[in-house]
Ligand binder design. Sequence first.
Ligand code: AR6
Length: 177
Amino acid sequence: MKITSKHTAVEIAIGDITNQTDMDAIVNAANAELRTGGGVAGAIHRKGDPELTELTRPLAPINPGDAVITEAPGLPNKYVIHCLGPVYGSDEPSDTLLAKCYKNALYLAEKHELKSIAFPAISTGAFGYPMPDAARIAIESIIFETHELDSVETIRIVLFDEKSFKIHKDVLEQVEV
Ligand code: AR6
């Protein structure tokens, strides 16, 4: 499913973030140390060459809401944008910090003149953010930022399962563009 805001398509899909072969960049739901871990970070670092972990090392640690960019050795994309989402109930204000992740990642995509970027549902796994709240923040932040984008033409949110996809679909259908 997709909607268009300004000249940017915002779409949702079910899949694996490491398998987005048509995207210039994928976003990592990282940890502060930018090391391999579970979930998205584990999948990206396992699929990437060991060099990916070497590239992230000098950029760590990062704070909640921050995003940093590296090349993507071993992955089918040009870049990985590593974002640290808030731990729900601990990093406050969690809604502002989560929105900042999306804003900062899109800023980096634009700065590198990328055309396409795929996000996972940041903070909704190990970091415990309730999916409906996170979906609303993600989609509203992304749509808001599209007005600042010239280069980025496609933004995809990749959901791991049907339930998460349905939650995002409902938000996307209701949102004002
Ligand atoms: N592709 C797409 N989505 C995925 C994938 C995948 N391969 N794997 C999991 N998800 P999480 P967080 C979904 O835990 O909450 C890590 O250990 C998953 O179902 O990856 O930001 C890091 O090292 C969930 O909806 O990220 C950090 O310590 C969403 O992606 C910490 O977890 C995010 O789950 C970050 O926690």
